[in-house]
Design a protein around this ligand. Structure first.
Ligand code: ADP
Ligand code: NA
Length: 328
């Protein structure tokens, strides 16, 4: 039997993925390789919707790919590729743009948020969700892992697939949301009221997967805890400690309840010391493997080229059908 196909992408917009990216998304990507025909994409075309530096983009695309390999994406089982190496993405995006209402695109709340924050707003930022629809529909993905923030974009992809199929005949698979097993969001270590984010957090608030052990120890040690001294999960009143418990629980697959019992007689200091070692031990081999991929960029580029060829063979087939239906 054919495994359901999944597609997911991540932007190469930082020098490292952080622990929130891993626990909220990448861990799930790794797991889905066992159950799905997985297509994973470094979406560098999406990264130019805001100001960018060409040299940095190239560097960060490689880092992103190296980190995906380092956390366990297996190019023998999954199709791992860089979006710009498959020319059909912007080609299908154009076709879909011509089937998207201006008002429909204008209702995307992420655009409203992002455009409110930026001084210069490009048309690309506006059409971003349509490129995202092209990413998904090109591979006729059955499933797309989504967190809450991406639901509206997936809904647009589904609408566009249905609209196209109704007008021209069946070409696209209408993708379903694959709801990510709830780790919940990982919060900023210094401002636990908001999420750990490369765009909003200060360095001290983020654990990068490439941080060295001492840096990690320092960050966990200075993470904001809350008043009181009990280690209990209470996101409302104790967001700092609760966030650390979530991280601890996720990385060790120990229930929060068990952790509360284990640390019932300890203070924050002991708890943080243990957690720091767990996080440091988790990140060290990932950093090591990332470095070895980045030390041999010729080999890394070869892996990505092979992935792009696999992706291209699927994407070209879909686009050829689209073009035929459209009268080209
Ligand atoms: P950032 O918010 O740091 O800019 P992205 O928006 O590029 O990160 O997110 C990439 C993926 O990582 C998405 O699937 C997103 O849902 C997930 N993610 C990002 N930050 C967190 C977080 N703090 N907790 C859980 N998942 C996260
Ligand atoms: Na984001």
């Amino acid at each position: 039997v054919r495994r359901p196909r999944v597609l997911s992408g991540i932007q190469p917009t930082a020098d490292s993925f952080h622990l929130g990216n891993y626990l909220g998304a990448l861990r799930n990507w790794v797991a889905m390789q066992d159950t799905h025909d997985a297509f994973y994409c470094v979406v560098d075309l999406h990264a130019i919707t805001v100001d960018h530096d060409p040299k940095l983009l190239r560097k960060r695309s490689r880092i992103a790919a190296a980190q995906l390999l380092a956390v366990g994406i297996d190019p023998a089982r999954s199709t791992l590729f860089v979006q710009s190496q498959v020319p059909e993405h912007p080609m299908l995006s154009w076709i879909l743009e011509c089937h998207t209402g201006f008002g429909e695109a204008g209702r995307m709340t992420q655009f409203k948020d992002k455009s409110a924050k930026n001084e210069r707003v490009s048309v690309g930022l506006f059409t971003y969700p349509i490129l995202q629809a092209a990413d998904i529909l090109l591979y006729r993905a059955d499933a797309v892992p989504v967190g809450e923030d991406q639901r509206q974009h997936l809904e647009l992809s589904r609408d566009l697939a249905q609209r196209f199929n109704t007008k021209y005949g069946n070409v696209f698979t209408v993708p379903e949301a694959h709801i990510i097993k709830a780790t919940g969001t990982i919060q900023d270590l210094t401002e636990p009221a908001r999420k750990m984010s490369k765009s909003n957090s200060q360095p001290a608030g983020i654990i990068d997967l490439l941080d060295d052990p001492n840096r990690i120890r320092k960050k966990i040690k200075s993470a904001v805890t809350d008043t009181g001294r009990e280690i209990v999960f209470d996101p409302e009143n104790k967001p700092g400690v609760s966030n650390l418990l979530t991280i601890y629980s996720s990385l060790t697959e120990t229930s929060i309840e068990e952790l509360q019992n284990r640390y019932a007689d300890s203070g924050y200091g002991d708890f943080k010391k243990d957690l720091a070692e767990i996080v440091a031990d988790f990140c060290a081999p990932i950093a090591q493997r990332t470095k070895s991929y980045l030390d041999d960029t010729a080999e890394l580029d070869k892996i990505l080229l092979a992935g792009a060829e696999k992706a291209h063979s699927v994407a070209a087939h879909t686009l050829a059908r689209v073009y035929r239906k459209m009268g080209f």
